[in-house]
Ligand binder design. Structure first.
Ligand code: GLN
Length: 197
């Protein structure tokens, strides 16, 4: 089983290291041929506007989109969540995502309040207590527009914000599990890829 990490920009190295600890083959993905060789893909954090541009320039935009449409599992963290959303709020006009998740994501959503913070977040389907979630100019899910399962939120009552979701083979978090050494979300994704292949 080979899991690719989109390696155009952002913190793909940390994801490759986390996957290596999960006993799977992890490979950086930069070329169209490499998209054909993977069983699942992590789209890392970084800057979604730049990732969008580079994905088109490197010729991987269409191949990835097509594989996602065909059911390949993917996990997007932070900018990666933006890339997997069907609708991007506060994006750049020329910004394109791969899509797949029936939701609206708001870029830099927490940024107006606080640029970067940590929070303990309970994730449905992840045992062993809350994960330490690191948010860096993070998006949130403004609203779901389809059959999206909400796995985790921060805040309470009317201030609650959706920060972890799953829809079929797609998983996304607003935060960066690759930065904490806690492998539980990577393991959840590895299980999703295993189940799909
Ligand atoms: N604000 C970034 C974006 O819009 C995401 C930040 C991150 O991935 N840490 O893409």
């Amino acid at each position: 089983m080979i899991i690719g990490v989109l390696a155009l920009q952002g913190d793909f190295r940390e994801h490759l290291a986390a996957l290596a600890e999960c006993d799977v083959i992890a490979r950086p993905v930069r070329r169209p041929e490499e998209v054909a060789e993977i069983d699942g893909l992590i789209v890392p954090g970084g800057e979604s506007t730049t990732m969008s541009k580079l994905a088109q320039e490197f010729g991987v935009y269409e191949p990835i989109r097509n594989r996602l449409r065909a059911g390949m599992p993917a996990y997007g963290t932070c900018a990666g969540m933006i890339m997997l959303a069907d609708e991007i709020l506060d994006g750049r006009p020329d910004q394109v995502g791969f899509g797949g998740l029936a939701l609206q994501v708001r870029r830099n959503a927490f940024g107006r309040q606080v640029d970067s913070f940590e929070s303990q977040v309970e994730i449905a389907g992840v045992e062993g207590g809350p994960v330490t979630a690191v948010f860096i100019r993070a998006p949130w899910v403004e609203k779901t527009t389809g059959e999206v399962e909400v796995l985790g939120q921060v805040g309470e009552g009317p201030d609650a914000r959706i920060v972890a979701v799953r829809q079929g083979n797609l998983l996304a978090t607003s935060f960066h599990p690759e930065l904490t050494g806690d492998l539980r979300l990577h393991r959840l994704f590895v299980e999703m890829v295993r189940a799909a292949s």
